[in-house]
Design a protein around this ligand. Structure first.
Ligand code: ATP
Ligand code: MG
Length: 279
């Protein structure tokens, strides 16, 4: 089973999750390798730090570039779990997603960060089954409740396991972790997915049909509105296929970008509603 851990957002426990998942697999008698595809090399640094102690990691952490991942995509040892700690963007991220049988998108319980997780998830699902993993969660907060509501409202595929914010995870950096906590439940879920792949992947995890280059979305996301200079955010929404087709044909007929049409339509509708409110 090849698993990529990816999110364009930084600091969402991608590296921590890679190390813990591999640790759980080995603790259950399995074989695991972490492929460090992030130029920050955090997973490799973690392994090197642990190597300096009497208690090193129980699996290899190998540096991985596009060629390594291409090789992994072409064929992998079916008995080995390959965990790819993916970079935030670029062709290596695309390759990591393509090489994986399953993509985990870790996201913290901040509604503000969900857009980025959703766009990573949507991009991943163009080619590979994927699900969101809530990490660093603080259960008794409004942010947590709002995040759960948003995930449920959007019918977001996610793991039942939720990794709470905890000092034990934070302190484990650079060590061989022994208290594997919620990651044990996560690996149980992953083992179920691996075991009944065809069945599980029919449902919510099913990949979407049409490939879109991930970089295009990121570029779009980072763009600033030319007209107003305001920063732009990414908005994902589900609309009926018929409406999308109409949007596409009308945009083409008038030689306008679809985004422009959508934005104008939203603004017009908001103006209309605001106008209705006035006495
Ligand atoms: N469950 C957790 N509870 C508390 N702190 C955590 C938890 N998981 C990770 N952290 C901490 O959050 C920080 C970011 O984690 P990590 O480096 O794994 O994220 P990342 O997504 O790999 O970041 P980057 O974008 O830099 O690659 C680290 O300080 C880590 O120790
Ligand atoms: Mg990292």
């Amino acid at each position: 089973m090849r698993i990529a851990i990816a999110n364009a957002k930084g600091g969402v426990a991608k590296t921590t999750s890679s190390i813990y998942i591999a640790s759980v697999i080995v603790s259950r008698g399995g074989r695991a390798v972490v492929y460090d595809a992030d130029p920050q090399s955090s997973a490799s640094l973690w392994a090197a730090a642990a190597e300096q102690t009497a208690d090193p990691l129980t699996f290899d952490v190998l540096p991985a570039n596009q060629a390594t991942l291409r090789q992994l995509a072409a064929g992998a040892d079916p008995d080995e779990w390959a965990i790819i700690d993916a970079p935030p963007q670029g062709p290596t991220l695309d390759m990591a997603i393509k090489a994986a049988d399953f993509v985990i998108v870790p996201a913290s319980d901040s509604p503000m960060d969900l857009q980025q997780a959703w766009s990573t998830l949507d991009m991943a699902r163009m080619s590979t089954p994927a699900a969101l993993l809530l990490v660093k969660a603080e259960h008794n907060t409004k942010a947590f409740r709002d995040t759960m509501d948003a995930l449920n409202a959007m019918d977001t595929p996610r793991f039942d396991t939720i990794v709470p914010k905890a000092q034990s995870y934070k302190r484990s950096l650079g060590t061989n972790p022994h208290q594997l906590g919620e990651y044990r439940d996560l690996v149980t879920e992953l083992q179920q997915i691996a075991g009944s792949r065809s069945e599980t992947m029919q449902g919510n995890y099913q990949p979407l049909a049409r490939p879109v280059p991930f970089d295009d979305v990121l570029r779009q996301q980072n763009k600033t509105s030319k007209a107003t200079g305001e920063p732009l955010v990414m908005l994902s929404l589900r609309i009926p296929v018929s409406l999308k087709t109409r949007l596409k044909t009308t945009a083409a007929a008038h030689d306008l970008p679809m985004q422009q049409l959508l934005r104008d339509a939203i603004e017009r509708e908001l103006d209309r509603l605001d106008g209705d409110d006035e006495p």
